[in-house]
Design a protein around this ligand. Structure first.
Ligand code: MG
Length: 249
């Protein structure tokens, strides 16, 4: 069941969105060669708790950290570690969320570590562009398939592929609500979008083939071909005036 939000509830969700965006920005600014993903995780938790928020991921389904930190061929759900030290030329996908007044915000971004190859830079650009195309399709009277179609079109036109095993999602008082928001699809297919839906739109785009595998810790997802992957996410409300990004400062 899709839980629709009133305009007042959407306003309340902006608080959680704002803090999620702030944590992501500050952690992104701390990304540099020599930093461990555990240090980034501690920073995110500090930012969220300082403002009275609760890290949305910590303890969720047993996940042990405030951020997911996924480097290079790691797609999503990487567990931060003192042993994972960033080096120049890496890309790191950071996903984080905060709970404020019982509402959840969720956002992600892939950051360059130092100077990266033009190919990786293009992967980041295209993945972000595909996310904005998906957000642009999150409009009243469009269908869920229009979001997926928009994302897939941008990613595949650039010669990249879209991960299919993981999706965006409805979000509200729970981090994962109905519906699943696929990053591929057909125009005018699927659920009719309406005012009050709040969706986390989050393409995962691979430089190579789309296939992924889950690693032995049960969390980390990597590309099968070992090529890099990028991930961008925003929490978006569908309103009469169009899509409104809630995860912004
Ligand atoms: Mg999400």
């Amino acid at each position: 069941m899709v839980i629709l939000k009133t305009p007042l509830e959407i306003d309340a969700m902006k608080e959680a969105g704002c803090l999620s965006a702030k944590a992501l920005r500050i952690v992104g600014e701390a990304v540099k060669p020599g930093v461990s993903t555990l240090e980034l995780d501690e920073l995110a938790e500090e930012v969220i708790r300082q403002e009275g928020g609760i890290p949305a991921f910590k303890g969720y389904g047993g996940f042990p950290a405030t951020i997911c930190a996924s480097v290079n061929d790691e797609v999503v759900h990487g567990i931060p570690s003192s042993k994972t030290i960033l080096k120049a030329g890496d890309i790191i996908s950071i996903d984080t969320g905060a709970i404020v007044d019982g509402w959840v915000g969720d956002n992600a971004q892939t950051f360059p570590v130092g100077k990266i190859s033009p190919e990786k830079a293009r992967l980041l650009e295209v993945t972000e562009k595909s996310m904005w195309a998906g957000i642009g399709a999150a409009r009243v009277n469009n269908h869920l398939g229009d979001i997926g179609f928009a994302i897939q079109s941008v990613a595949e036109a650039a010669g990249f592929s879209v991960v299919r095993e993981y999706t965006g999602h409805g979000i509200g008082r729970d981090m994962h609500e109905s519906p699943n928001v696929f990053n591929f699809g057909r125009k005018h297919a699927g659920l009719l979008l309406c005012e009050g839906m709040v969706l986390a739109i989050e393409p995962m785009v691979n430089m190579g083939k789309r296939k992924v595998r889950t690693m032995s810790d049960g969390w980390l997802v990597c590309t099968r071909d070992g090529k890099p992957s990028a991930h961008f996410e925003r929490t978006v409300a569908i309103t009469a005036e169009g899509p409104v990004v809630l995860t912004q400062e």
